[in-house]
Design a binder for this molecule. Sequence first.
Ligand code: SF4
Length: 347
Amino acid sequence: MTRAELALRGVASDAPVRRPDGAGPSDDGHVLVDGANAALPLNPHSPYSVRDGKVWLGDEDTGISLTPVRRPKFYDLTTSDGIRYEQIARLHGSDVLATTVVQTCIRYAESDRCRFCTIEESLRSGATVAAKTPAQLAEVAEAAVRLDGVRQMVMTTGTTTGPDRGARTLVRSVRAVLAAVPGLPIQVQCEPPGDLTWIRALHDAGATAIGIHVESLDDEVRRRWMPGKSTVPLAEYEAAWDEAVRVFGPNRVSTYLLVGLGEDPDELVAGAGRLIERGVYPFVVPFRPMSGTLAARDGVGAPRAELLTYVTEGVAAKLRAAGMSGADQKAGCAACGACSVLQAAGG
Ligand code: SF4
């Protein structure tokens, strides 16, 4: 419960490694909570503070340790054409290199955009560049592994036009990074490619795991929160997950499920159970109203900690019963775990 509270209310503290905006529903300061990756809101109004490496609730020591992730050395480097490495890829948690290979999305018009996402805001703020070339990604990955001990990489993409929905660029990027850093576990993330042969192409390029993120299994919630993305029917997601499990193997495929979009919690847990039966890891993440999102503009708040705890514990129990753990994905968000409290609940 305290871990859930921390994920939602954050800490009144600062962190040298931050991700204030970007693709998808995650943001926040990167720290280690009891030694595990955690992405927490940095919130001066949080009742939780940090002193002497511990989390305090007012004057009460919660017994939880918190260590900020140190600014990585690769952030100080620049490509020969003058782009800072941190504009190409960023450190997530203590050992994950994350990049958005295409920082634009065909669904970013206000009428279509996912209400929790700020993929193009980080572009406008200059924090990143619109497209990362395979050569740039390879250069940054090599440095991040050598200088900062990065152990896995996450590559996501805004959705592009064309039936590959971004997979084509991911294939080229994975190949280039693995040529520079052989054996680095890489997770790729994209919408279900209209042409499912792209899933095999991503695997054959060397990706270890794949995230095909639906965010909600409830069509009414999908239409309300993701007007553009919900035009891809759930049946397409199911076909893509099944093909991905066939190609990548069980527990190498994951999806985000967001808590706090208004879905019935028992249906959410039951839906996660069906994903687990398919071999898909349901990465349960609290919705958090990042600044710059449409949801934050409209005053939508984060869910209550009780709800997050209830859903997380229900899903973690199903994962344990199936023998699925996030760490076994080897690469990607479920392996990192920072944006969820599933790993703290035993998932
Ligand atoms: S869970 Fe995913 S988005 Fe969150 S910090 Fe880890 S790699 Fe990044």
